[in-house]
Design a protein around this ligand. Structure first.
Ligand SMILES: [Zn+2]
Length: 293
């Protein structure tokens, strides 16, 4: 089970998440290549943080459409902290010289990041921004800056062990609040640059609370009066990879197929099998079930 911590201070709000179990579950389901799971794991991690303020039946979906080998990823999350997703080509990876590590951005390429927020209104909110580096963290930050005018720092990481299982995964996101002071922004930029990668912090056994403390350590925003930015933690919650599919839902989806098409499908085989993109579960339907006979 992954964990998320959420809090804020006068100048910013922050989200910190440990998603090792979430990304491992995704890897088990989708059988991704090493670089693909780093990309997908980062998107899962980022989306969880983006969805933290969802309420009730709200849904948030983040999709990438790019010209790299990894053409499309889609991740969706809800208010409970559950996340699920799929990717177009989980098996692809880059060929690099021995000793080199393929870059996530090279597998993704250029394209767009689309954010869809379904808050139960007539039309969902849709925001589209360009992929800037394909490293996902920067792309989400760019989305927030251009589409929501919210300056953000998004740091994401997934590391694998020699056994190709997920060793560590997680991230943090810091968003400036309206009226954030220049001095805080300068300190924050320097702090983020000085921070070790998220996967290293987690590998060192650091708790999420400790990482929050680290982010705010030495954040003296007024040196004359030695004013340090105080922060509060509002919420700690569990996050997990979970799919809520069931046969009934697929049945409803198949109800749009025309009778002739159904007849056609069943001339070749006795059952129609459908597979859930998100979790790989298979459901089979007989002709009678689909025709309601
Ligand atoms: Zn499913």
């Amino acid at each position: 089970m992954g964990k998320l911590l959420r809090g804020s201070s006068k100048n910013a709000r922050f989200f910190i998440v440990d998603t090792k179990d979430v990304v491992q579950e995704a890897l088990d389901i989708h059988k991704c290549s090493p670089t693909a799971i780093k990309a997908f794991g980062r998107l899962l991690t980022g989306t969880i943080m983006m969805g933290t303020t969802l309420k009730g039946n709200d849904l948030l979906t983040v999709r990438t459409n790019t010209d790299g080998l990894l053409k499309q990823m889609l991740v969706t999350t809800d208010a409970s902290g559950d996340v699920k997703g799929y990717l177009s080509t989980p098996e692809v990876d880059l060929e690099v010289k021995e000793g080199e590590t393929p870059k996530v951005g090279d597998l993704i390429g250029k394209g767009t990041l689309t954010v869809i927020k379904d808050m139960g209104l007539k039309k969902p909110y849709v925001g589209v921004s360009q992929i800037v580096s394909g490293e996902i963290g920067e792309d989400i930050a760019y989305y927030y800056y251009t589409s929501e005018q919210t300056p953000s720092v998004v740091v994401l990481g997934v590391s694998l062990g020699p056994d190709m299982r997920v060793k560590n995964a997680g991230g943090y996101m810091i968003q400036l609040l309206p009226g954030a002071t220049e001095s805080f922004i300068t300190k924050l930029e320097a702090k983020v640059k000085a921070m070790r990668p998220m996967t290293e912090l987690l590998a060192g056994g650091m708790s999420l609370k400790r990482i929050a403390k680290l982010l705010y350590e030495d954040m003296e925003i007024d040196s004359e009066i030695a004013l340090v930015e105080d922060y509060n933690i509002y919420e700690e919650k569990k996050v997990s990879y979970r799919c809520n599919c069931n046969k009934d839902r697929f049945h409803k989806g198949l109800a749009t197929i025309q009778r002739e098409e159904i007849e056609e499908i069943f001339t070749e085989k006795p059952e129609l099998e459908v597979e859930c993109h998100f979790c790989g579960k298979k459901y089979s339907f007989s002709k009678e079930e689909l025709l309601g006979e």
